[in-house]
Design a protein around this ligand. Structure first.
Ligand SMILES: [Zn+2]
Length: 195
């Protein structure tokens, strides 16, 4: 699932998460978000160039003179201030570019969304995209290994997921109820505080 990232003056496109391709362009005609330059600047970075670009922008943000992306220098308009503005969005776009949607969504979960089920790092069992799952002799023999957890057994990862999901459901139910009947939340006469 492709994703666009926006930072004032910039658009970053990850058309195919996990493919190692990052497209970045300046926005020169926006009055809403502001611009960083009048120059239309567009680059497509692949694989190691993606990381070189991130390293160069980070160096520029830290006022280091280093700012080389492969054979090419960063553009002059990418000043330390501009680099600092771009960096948080660029980091997220780079992670999606390299790690793919399944891992990205698990390290940057959407607010209020149900926790994602465990993802096997070898065979992709539990993926948002079931067609990605492959058969793994290793998994068949030794079991699956969940991404982003110290829990080594698949069953433990699923148990932790079950508890997380129950907690999330309780929070959601409370949130929905308090939205439905705000009058019930008026402070009572005894002046009791929050539960
Ligand atoms: Zn597996």
């Amino acid at each position: 699932m492709s994703m666009m990232f926006y930072s004032p003056g910039w658009e970053l496109a990850v058309d195919s998460p996990g493919s190692g391709e990052l497209l970045i362009t300046t926005v020169t005609d926006s009055t809403a978000t502001g611009t960083v330059t009048d120059e239309k600047w567009y680059r497509a970075y692949y694989g190691s160039q993606v990381v070189q670009f991130l390293a160069a922008v980070t160096a520029r943000a830290l006022c280091d003179i280093a700012g080389r992306v492969g054979h090419e220098d960063l553009p002059a308009f990418l000043t330390p201030d501009v680099a600092r503005g771009l960096l948080p969005t660029l980091q997220k776009a780079v992670l999606l570019t390299l790690a793919g949607s399944d891992r990205y969504e698990r390290v940057f979960p959407d607010d209020g969304r149900a926790p994602a089920e465990p993802l096997c790092i070898r065979c992709h069992k539990g993926s948002f995209f079931p067609y990605l799952a492959i058969s793994s002799e290793w998994c068949e023999q030794f079991g699956h290994r969940a991404f982003g957890t110290s829990l080594e057994r698949w069953e433990e990862a699923h148990e932790a997921y079950r508890l997380n999901r129950e907690g999330w459901k309780r929070t959601e139910t409370r949130r929905r109820e308090s939205r439905k009947s705000p009058q019930l939340r008026l402070p009572d006469a005894s002046g009791g505080g929050e539960e």
